[in-house]
Design a protein around this ligand. Structure first.
Ligand code: NIG
Ligand code: FE
Length: 406
């Protein structure tokens, strides 16, 4: 059992946890000053002001966290960090007037990363991903979702999913990694339709990977020019038979009914949602599916942002994630994204913190973490500052302190 004492400010998100991460008000934030936290390796045991620690815990050795804040673990629930190559030329082309979808049609985009990824060795992919994860961990993120999807053939997609599994084993339990299967990310040139690639490659591969317990979640890029509604339903039906959880890249470039289909299938999350209209927002609000916003992608591509405020007001559970990838968001710092996104949508403090902890955890099916509440898993992030508000107030400054090895 461990006792952390004199925590300058402890963010529990107890109020947000009790409201299932929805309809969050500023007063739901749940902060305790000069706090103590007692936990063992499985669960949180006691939380409160240091002066109120019950006598039975007084003999425990304490770790003094004065000058530090503690929050529920920061979770990046959407990344594509296993890839090779560089697409800065496309970034320049976009700044000079080209469009993401036009670049993709002319052979750039996901297909160009796919070429570089196929050419890279296992160890190149593994080592570059490890470096990226260490950097993300250094910001205070302790759980990371990683998608496959930059190979686009049976053999190489299998290789990428296995590399993510290797990363998961390597980093556990310091970083919890979630392995998401996204072979349905783009249609390779040698297939004449998305459905033919889906049925000949993606579904058989998903079945093989599921048999060996390699993947946790299944995702699809449901978008004009990528995968259709029928493809999505077919993949989701097959994934459900395998008891895999579902996610979707939804309504990124158009309002294609992605949010609605996610709610109908009880998906863990619908992600992007830049173009989701009122019907899609309502269906998310009436479901358990988390609305995962990726504002970094809107900024990187210069697209209008999702209706984040309306989603909150309608009662959606909203998460924020980085979408770190080589093409549409080459940026990995979720805390900085949260700092910049909150005044934009806008989000109140409770909504912003729940979006990168509680709701992000739910969007990975990790309902045993995301708040500092008795009985939940002891997963936290520690920052060197005296107020929780300092963490996102200091734009671009990394206040995370990993020296305590909690
Ligand atoms: O989440 N939208 C699809 N996939 C990625 C982009 C992939 C890429 O351009 O490399 C995304 O934005
Ligand atoms: Fe993505």
């Amino acid at each position: 059992m461990k006792h952390l004492s004199n925590i300058s400010e402890l963010l529990t998100l107890d109020g947000a946890y009790n409201k299932d991460g929805r309809n969050l008000l500023p007063e739901d934030i749940s902060l305790i000053e000069n706090a103590s936290l007692i936990y063992d390796e499985n669960e949180i045991i006691w939380i409160g002001p240091s002066q109120d620690v019950p006598p039975e815990y007084k003999s425990l050795e304490t770790l003094d966290l004065s000058g530090h804040c503690l929050t529920p673990e920061i979770v990046d629930s959407h990344t594509h960090l296993v890839f090779a190559g560089n697409r800065s030329a496309e970034y320049s082309m976009r700044l000079n007037g080209a469009d993401y979808q036009e670049i993709a049609k002319s052979g750039g985009g996901i297909l160009s990363t796919s070429k570089a990824t196929k050419e890279a060795s296992d160890s190149e992919l593994l080592e570059s991903a490890k470096e990226r994860i260490e950097k993300i961990y250094s910001y205070g993120v302790g759980s990371v979702e990683i998608k496959s999807g930059y190979a686009l053939n049976y053999e190489d997609e299998m290789r990428c999913s296995k590399i993510i599994k290797e990363l998961k084993d390597h980093f556990s339990p310091r970083v919890n990694i979630y392995n998401t299967f996204l072979a349905a990310h783009a249609v390779p040139k040698d297939f004449d339709s998305s459905t033919s690639y889906l049925t000949k490659v993606c579904i058989p591969l998903m079945q093989d990977l599921a048999k060996d317990n390699i993947i946790d979640i299944v995702d699809i890029f449901h978008e004009t020019g990528y995968f259709t509604l029928e493809d999505t339903k077919l993949l989701f039906d097959e994934a459900t038979k395998l008891k895999l959880k579902l996610k979707i890249h939804a309504d990124e470039f158009g309002d294609n009914g992605g949010a609605t289909i996610a709610s109908e299938f009880d998906a863990l999350s619908a992600d992007h949602l830049l173009c989701t209209g009122n019907d899609g927002i309502k269906s998310l609000a009436n479901s358990k599916t988390v609305a995962t916003l990726l504002p970094g992608t809107g900024w990187f591509l210069g697209k209008p942002q999702a209706k984040g405020r309306l989603m909150q007001d309608e009662g959606c559970r909203v998460a924020l994630a980085s979408d770190f990838n080589p093409g549409s968001c080459h940026f990995d710092n979720l805390l900085q994204i949260a700092s910049m996104a909150a005044p934009m949508y806008p989000l109140n403090m409770t909504e912003m913190w729940a979006a990168i902890t509680l709701n992000a955890s739910s969007s990975l099916g990790a309902n045993d973490q995301g708040a500092i509440v008795k009985g939940l898993a002891p997963r936290f992030s520690v920052f060197k500052c005296s107020k929780v508000s300092d963490i996102t107030y200091s734009w671009g400054k990394n206040l995370c302190d990993r020296s305590f090895n909690l």
